[in-house]
Design a protein around this ligand. Structure first.
Ligand code: PMP
Ligand code: GLU
Length: 424
C-alpha cells in the first residue's frame, strides 16, 4: 500500500473527492434506464414484477441478421473499419433512405453510430454553440434535453397534452422561434406519446420551417416502422428530409434497435446530405476522435437487415399493433386515467391528474407522477416511467411501454386499474 500523504488534510472528504465537471454533475440520470434497472433488480430478487419500463422489443433479432454477423466474425472482420462504416453499409443505409423515405442521399452522406442515442449526441455536439436554442416539442424522450444542455444548447420546450392527442402545436412552435433558434428536434412516431403526427400537422410545420431557413431540422425516426393504421386509419410515416424545401437542412437520425429488435447491437445512423456533405464530414471528424466506427463484423448484418429484413419487421409490427389495440382497450376502462390511443411506437402516456392528492393503500401521498410510479411499483409490482423527465407538460403522465407479451399487458394494466381504484 502506498504511504498516506503527510498532514491532516487527506482525512477531509473534500480533498479525497474526484473532480466531476459541472455539465455532467448537473445532468440527470436516464429515467428510462433507471426504472428498468430497478425492475430487473426486483425480478432478480424473485418478485413477480410486470415491466412496462424500458422501451425495448421483446423479439429476437431475425436469424439471417444474426447469421450474417457470425459469418463476418468467422471471416475475421475484426479490425478497425473506416469511421463512418464501410462503403457497403453506408450505401445500404443511403439506399434505404432513398427508397423508403424519399430522401435524396448517397453513402457519403451517412455515418453509422453506436445506437441512435450516439447519433443524436454526435449531431448535437457537431452543431451547437453555447446559447444556441433547440426547439423541442414535448412530451419528448428523456435523453434529448440532457444532451442539448451537455453541448451548451438551451432547450426550448413546446408542450402538448393528452387532451390535444399530443398533436404538435405549430402556432406555439412559431412563437418559440427566436434569432437564437438553431434547430428543432422532431420525433414521430413519438417516445413517450405513442402517437404519429398526422400528415396535415406535419405539412403545417414544414411550411413554417420552410419559411425559417436558419433552422436545422433534426428528425429522429427510430420508430418509423411502428405505425398502426389498425388503430387509426390513414396514418403513415413522413420524413421531413423528403420535403424538397427542407432536404438541404434536415438531419435524419435512425437505427436498427426498434424495427429490427437489435437494441443490444448498438447500431444507429445519421444522414445529412445538405451543404455539399459539410455537416456529415464534420460529424465524422468528431466521431473519429470519439469512438471510431461501430464494430466491423456488425456491418454486414446491418446490410442484411436493411436489404432483406422487411418481412420480419412487418411481422413484429403486426404484433405491436395488436398490443397497441389491447393496451388502448384496457386503459380506456380505467376511469381515473386519461389516455389517447397509441398509434405508433410502443408506448401509451396516460395522464394521472385525477389521482393527484389521493393516498395509496399503504398511505403514500400521490403528489406527482414520480410518487404514483413509486407507489405502483412498491405496492402492485408494476414498473413504468413517471412523466417528469419527458418535459414540463408531462409532470402528471406515466409512460407504459407495451413491448411485452399480451398476457403481461393484461396482467399489468389490470394491476394498474386496481391500484388507481384503491386510491383514496
Ligand atoms: N430515440 C428515441 C426516441 C428512443 O426512444 C431511443 C431509445 N432507444 C433512441 C433514440 C435510442 O435508440 P438506440 O437504442 O438505437 O440508441
Ligand atoms: N429509448 C428506450 C426508452 O425510452 C430505451 C432506453 C433508453 O435508452 O432511454 O425506454
Amino acid at each position: 500500500m502506498r504511504a498516506r500523504p503527510p498532514g491532516w488534510w487527506w482525512r477531509c472528504d473534500i480533498f479525497r473527492r474526484m473532480q466531476i465537471g459541472n455539465a455532467v454533475a448537473r445532468m440527470k440520470e436516464s429515467a428510462t434506464l433507471a426504472v428498468s434497472a430497478k425492475a430487473a433488480a426486483l425480478k432478480a430478487a424473485g418478485k413477480p414484477v410486470i415491466g412496462f419500463g424500458v422501451g425495448e422489443p421483446d423479439f429476437d433479432t431475425p436469424s439471417p441478421v444474426r447469421e450474417a454477423a457470425k459469418r463476418a466474425l468467422d471471416a475475421n472482420l475484426t479490425r478497425y473499419a473506416p469511421t463512418p462504416g464501410d462503403k457497403a453499409v453506408r450505401e445500404a443505409v443511403a439506399r434505404k433512405l432513398q427508397q423508403e423515405n424519399g430522401i435524396a442521399c448517397k453513402g457519403e452522406h451517412v455515418t453509422l453510430t453506436v445506437g441512435a442515442k450516439h447519433a443524436i449526441a454526435l449531431t448535437l455536439q457537431t452543431m451547437l454553440n453555447a446559447g444556441d436554442e433547440v426547439i423541442l416539442p414535448t412530451p419528448a424522450w428523456v435523453s434529448y434535453r440532457p444532451l442539448i444542455e451537455l453541448y451548451g444548447g438551451t432547450c426550448v420546450e413546446v408542450g402538448s397534452t393528452v387532451e390535444r392527442g399530443f398533436l404538435l402545436d405549430v402556432a406555439a412552435i412559431e412563437r418559440a422561434i427566436t434569432p437564437r433558434t438553431r434547430a428543432i428536434l422532431l420525433n414521430s412516431p413519438s417516445n413517450p406519446c405513442g402517437v404519429v403526427q398526422p400528415v396535415e400537422t406535419l405539412r403545417a410545420l414544414f411550411d413554417l420551417l420552410a419559411s425559417n431557413p436558419p433552422i436545422t431540422v433534426i428528425s429522429d425516426e427510430i420508430y418509423e416502422k411502428l405505425v398502426y393504421p389498425e388503430v387509426r386509419a390513414g396514418l403513415g410515416h413522413v420524413s421531413p428530409g423528403a420535403d424538397p424545401r427542407l432536404a438541404e437542412r434536415t438531419i435524419t437520425i435512425n437505427g436498427m434497435s426498434k424495427a429490427f429488435a437489435m437494441t443490444g447491437w448498438r447500431v444507429g445512423y445519421v444522414a445529412a446530405p445538405g451543404d455539399g456533405g459539410r455537416f456529415i464530414r464534420e460529424a465524422i471528424k468528431l466521431q473519429g476522435q470519439l469512438t471510431n466506427s461501430i464494430p466491423t463484423f456488425i456491418m454486414p448484418a446491418v446490410v442484411e437487415a436493411l436489404a432483406n429484413g422487411a418481412a420480419s419487421v412487418e411481422s413484429m409490427r403486426k404484433s405491436f399493433a395488436a398490443r397497441a389495440q389491447c393496451t388502448r382497450e384496457l386503459l380506456s376502462g380505467i376511469a381515473r386515467l386519461r389516455t389517447c390511443a397509441p398509434t405508433g411506437a410502443f408506448y401509451a402516456f396516460p395522464c394521472i391528474k385525477a389521482c393527484v392528492g389521493l393516498k395509496s393503500p399503504a398511505g403514500r401521498m400521490i403528489d406527482s407522477a414520480q410518487a404514483f410510479a413509486e407507489a405502483l411499483l412498491e405496492e402492485s409490482l408494476v414498473a413504468l416511467v413517471p412523466g417528469e423527465d419527458f418535459g414540463d407538460c408531462a409532470r402528471t403522465n406515466i409512460r407504459i411501454s407495451f413491448a411485452c407479451a399480451e398476457s403481461a399487458i393484461r396482467e399489468g394494466i389490470g394491476r394498474l386499474r386496481l391500484f388507481t381504484e384503491s386510491l383514496r
